[in-house]
Structure formats: C-alpha cells, structure tokens
Design a protein around this ligand. Structure first.
Ligand SMILES: CC(C)(COP(=O)(O)OP(=O)(O)OC[C@H]1O[C@@H](n2cnc3c(N)ncnc32)[C@H](O)[C@@H]1OP(=O)(O)O)[C@@H](O)C(=O)NCCC(=O)NCCS
Length: 168
C-alpha cells in the first residue's frame, strides 16, 4: 500500500530524463504515449506535449522522492477533463502508487470544477485498468467507446469517473 507523505508538484524539465528512464520497453512506451520510437531519449517531447495550453503536467512525489508523472488535459469547451501519460517508476509499481497518483489527479479535476474525469487505456494494459478501477474509474458503454475510438491510433478502453452522478 502507498503510505507516507504524497504530493503533486508542477513538472520541472530537470525531471524529464528520470521520467523517460522509467519507460523500459516498446510496449510500455506504446501504453504510455501511443508512440513507437522506443527508446524515447529526447526530452524535447515534454516541451512538445506541454506547448498545448490544455495540458498541465504533474510530478508525483512520495516522501520527497519523484516516483510518478501524469498530465491533466482540460479543454475549456468540454465538460470533462482527461488524465494522460500516467507513469510510475518501475521500482515503485504494484504498491498502490498508481492508484494514489490517479486519485490526486482526480482531486485536481474536481477542484477545477469539472464534473467528470476520463482516462483511456489500452485493453492489454491490465495493470493500469486494475489500478484506475480501484481509483473509482468505470468503463463506458460499448457504443460510447466505439464512437470515441473512431479516430484513435489504437482502440482504447475508456474509463469515466463522475463526481456528480457516480456510477456504481
Ligand atoms: C499503469 C501504472 C501507472 C499503474 O501504477 P501501479 O503503481 O503499478 O498500480 P497500482 O499498484 O495502483 O495497481 C496495480 C494493480 O494491478 C494489479 N495487477 C498487477 N499485475 C496484474 C496483471 N498482470 N493483471 C491484472 N492486474 C494486475 C495489481 O494487483 C494491482 O491491483 P490491486 O491493488 O487490486 O492488487 C504503472 O504500472 C505504470 O507506470 N505502467 C507503465 C506506463 C503505463 O502503462 N501507463 C499507463 C498509461 S494509461
């Protein structure tokens, strides 16, 4: 179980090489960013991602140590926010930190006044699906998923967390 002090802090470019070093295989890179150019070594990708004004990047700190990274994607014209590019340091996976990071990001979504948070996950990424489900995410309907997947590079499982009308 994750315990100890935890915090989300704004991303700093000096952390970029550490975060990239956490991606240990082509499959992980595909799961993380839907990119195929493993190993991803050029930290400029962070600048490209963060140039989008809808993207807010966060570092996840546990007991003073950087162990996670994730982004909020908030489009002003959409009634939800999406969590993206979530990753936990390999040595810290499987201990509930992914779930805690996602919960912390969900808190930010709520603080910004969005009624819902969404996240997309590859169907093969069983660990992410288990982690996010424990954080309160629920898979959307087949029809909704088909619509959302129409223009995606790979079919995703789409999960939704509604604060106003929680799905049970
Ligand atoms: C996905 C990720 C963020 C999850 O973080 P984490 O700290 O490992 O996850 P958690 O410990 O919160 O939860 C993992 C859950 O998966 C379960 N799990 C582990 N291996 C599993 C498997 N092969 N199949 C199904 N569930 C599995 C664990 O039992 C745990 O569930 P539990 O709490 O009910 O026991 C992390 O594994 C990661 O960084 N992966 C690489 C990048 C990535 O895939 N990002 C996701 C982008 S959507």
């Amino acid at each position: 179980m994750a315990d100890g002090s935890t915090a989300l802090q704004p991303f700093q470019m000096s952390s970029a090489p550490i975060i990239l070093s956490w991606i240990e295989s082509a499959e992980e890179l595909w799961n993380w960013t839907a990119r195929k150019d493993f190993p991803l070594q050029n930290v400029d990708v962070f600048s490209e991602w963060h140039a989008d004004p809808d993207v807010t990047p966060w570092e996840y700190i546990v007991e003073g140590e950087l162990i996670g990274y994730g982004e909020l994607w908030c489009k002003p014209d959409e009634p939800w926010a999406e969590l993206g590019r979530i990753v936990i340091a390999p040595s810290r996976r499987g201990g509930g930190h992914g779930r805690s990071l996602v919960r912390a990001l969900i808190d930010r979504v709520q603080q910004r006044g969005f009624p819902e948070a969404w996240v997309r996950v590859r169907a093969e990424n069983h660990v992410a699906l288990a982690s996010y489900s424990k954080a309160g995410f629920v898979r959307v309907s087949v029809d909704c998923e088909a619509e959302l997947n129409a223009n995606q590079p790979t079919p995703y499982v789409w999960l939704r967390h509604n604060f106003v009308n929680p799905v049970t």
